[in-house]
Design a binder for this molecule. Structure first.
Ligand code: C5P
Length: 240
């Protein structure tokens, strides 16, 4: 049976990077699917698969299936077809996979007429990379100029949005146009670095930058009382 995509459009997406399903469910059972969406990435998808996604959808959650496809066009096309039965709210591809790969991703989503509403989001740079990391992989320009190049590709291929570190949002915003949404991971409650993420912003800055969706993981999931903090963020972002 194909799940219907919900019309809800939550701004706060919780990254469920747990290896333990029970721990994840403890959080999930205490949050409102009308207010929060859930992001399932490669940790939980590889371990718990489609059945887990279907269970979360039954509970009413919008799912961002963050598998960050990056492969040859034919492989990406078939991989997206393989998950199309889930009819998730949002999926991700690396924009640096190139024009043909992005076109294939789009085509795969449109292939099943009942599954053409899934949002296709393009990863620009990972929030864990700074300028020395991007130089190491041969990107010889500023990160914001690189993001602008990828943004053009995303527009050419009619993606629904880009995944962009908060630090660069202001620089690229005027080039976005009306149709592309911005999703920003690397959300931290304080603006100090203490893990693998090198481009972090606070929920308040995300609000100021008018970012459409924020992904928040360990800043919440590592807390003893995550719900209290989540509700505080939600209140702060009320006019988000
Ligand atoms: O725990 P934390 O809030 O750092 O989690 C961020 C989540 O967002 C992780 O699941 C990570 O895979 C994802 N992500 C990211 N940077 C991107 C795209 C996705 O950190 N550019």
């Amino acid at each position: 049976m194909i799940t219907k995509i919900s019309k809800k459009n939550p701004k706060i997406i919780i990254a469920l990077d747990y290896s333990n399903k029970k721990k994840a469910m403890k959080l999930i059972n205490n949050i409102d699917p009308n207010v929060y969406a859930l992001k399932i990435g490669i940790i939980m998808f590889y371990k718990f698969g489609k059945i887990f996604i279907k269970k979360l959808q039954k509970l009413g959650f919008n799912i961002f299936l963050d598998l960050k496809f990056h492969d040859i066009p034919n492989t990406v096309f078939k991989a997206i077809q393989s998950i199309s039965e889930l009819n998730v709210w949002m999926i991700s591809v690396h924009i640096c996979g190139g024009l043909e790969m992005l076109k294939s991703a789009k085509l795969a989503l449109n292939y099943h007429s009942c599954n053409n509403k899934t949002l296709l989001m393009g990863v620009t740079t990972l929030t864990s990379l700074d300028i020395s990391d991007t130089a190491d992989i041969g990107i010889n320009m500023s990160i914001s100029n690189y993001i602008l190049k990828l943004l053009k590709l995303a527009q050419t291929c009619s993606l629904d949005g880009i995944i962009c570190p908060g630090k660069f949002v202001l620089k690229i915003k005027k080039h976005l146009g009306k149709n592309l949404k911005i999703l920003t991971p690397g959300i931290r409650l304080e603006s100090k670095l203490n893990d693998d993420q090198k481009n972090i912003i606070t929920p308040n800055l995300a609000k100021e930058y008018k970012i459409n969706y924020i992904v928040i993981g360990r800043a919440i999931t590592s807390l003893k009382s995550p719900i209290k903090e989540l509700e505080k963020i939600q209140r702060e972002l009320n006019s988000f």
